[in-house]
Structures are given as C-alpha cells and as structure tokens.
Write a protein that binds this ligand. Structure first.
Ligand SMILES: CC(C)(COP(=O)(O)OP(=O)(O)OC[C@H]1O[C@@H](n2cnc3c(N)ncnc32)[C@H](O)[C@@H]1OP(=O)(O)O)[C@@H](O)C(=O)NCCC(=O)NCCS
Length: 129
C-alpha cells in the first residue's frame, strides 16, 4: 500500500511539478496475493485532473522471478493535491486525454471525484450535527 501511494505521488508530482499531498485513497482490494520474493511492478498514470487535484490510477503486478508468471494483483485510485510553498492547494496543468481509453478513464475519474466530494460534503454535515 505504501508503494502504491509512492508511485501515485510520483506520477502526480511529475504532472504538477511541485510537491503533492495524498487527500484520498479509494478502497483497495487485492484479487491475488503478493508473495515474499515476488518482484512488484507499479504502473501509475493520471486519469483525471481538477483545478488543484489529480486522480492517479496505480496498477500493481506481481512477478514470480523463478517461474516468470506475472499476476495483476490490484488497481487503486488515489487523489493528490498540488501544494504551493505555503502548503496551500495550487492549480495544476490540465490533462490531455489523447486516446479513447484515456478519454474514458478521464470521464470515469470525473464521476469518481464528484462522488468523493459528495461523500466529503455528507461527512462534514455529519460532523457539524
Ligand atoms: C489536501 C488539503 C490541502 C486540501 O485542503 P482543502 O481545504 O480541503 O482544500 P479544497 O477544499 O480547496 O480542496 C482542494 C482540492 O482537493 C480536493 N479534495 C478535497 N478533499 C477531497 C477528498 N476527500 N477526496 C478527493 N478530493 C478532495 C478538492 O476537490 C479540491 O480539488 P480541485 O481544486 O481540483 O477542485 C487538505 O485537505 C489537507 O492538508 N489534508 C491532509 C492531507 C494529508 O496530510 N495527507 C497525508 C496523509 S498521511
């Protein structure tokens, strides 16, 4: 989980070209185990960008280096916020979706982000009661 967050943060930092903070991690379900001795590969890519926030998709692949089998263990979605020198949210460059897949992922990311913000709103209302 730490590796997932680190890979996601690096992808977000490359895009924003500044430091970032993790603001949300969606549920993480492992479909397959990662065994001791497995080589773990993480592919992180931006799926959706708001004004200061970035959603990153991190795909985890475990490889048994002896047998050579590669298993997709899970895919996680995380949200990072770009920060300025004072630690305030900072606008990030827009994301260009070139392929059909990127466009689809961007639409899905936009929907997920809308849902997260609705949840945040509900949580805040609950705290205020
Ligand atoms: C991230 C942080 C600076 C944002 O501050 P804030 O007062 O919520 O600022 P805003 O309301 O302007 O939100 C900033 C962006 O974060 C997004 N955001 C805020 N809460 C979110 C959540 N729960 N899920 C997804 N996105 C969220 C907002 O949509 C906004 O994105 P946008 O500019 O693209 O529209 C602040 O929440 C924070 O410092 N959180 C702690 C983060 C941290 O310590 N992480 C490490 C944990 S180990």
């Amino acid at each position: 989980m730490k590796l997932v967050d680190q890979a996601g943060a690096l992808a977000a930092m490359r895009h924003a070209q500044c430091r970032v903070v993790t603001v949300a991690i969606d549920q993480m379900t492992f479909h397959e185990p990662i065994r001791v001795g497995d080589l773990v590969t993480l592919n992180a890519s931006l799926t959706y960008v708001g004004r200061t926030s970035m959603e990153v998709r991190v795909e985890v692949i475990a490889e048994d280096p002896i047998i050579g089998t590669k298993t997709h263990t899970n895919t996680a979605y995380l949200v990072y916020v770009a920060l300025d020198e004072e630690g305030h949210p900072k606008p990030v460059p827009r994301l260009v979706a070139e392929t059909e897949l990127e466009q689809r992922r961007m639409e899905e990311g936009k929907r997920r982000q809308k849902y997260r913000m609705e949840q945040r709103h509900k949580e805040r209302q609950g705290v205020e009661k």
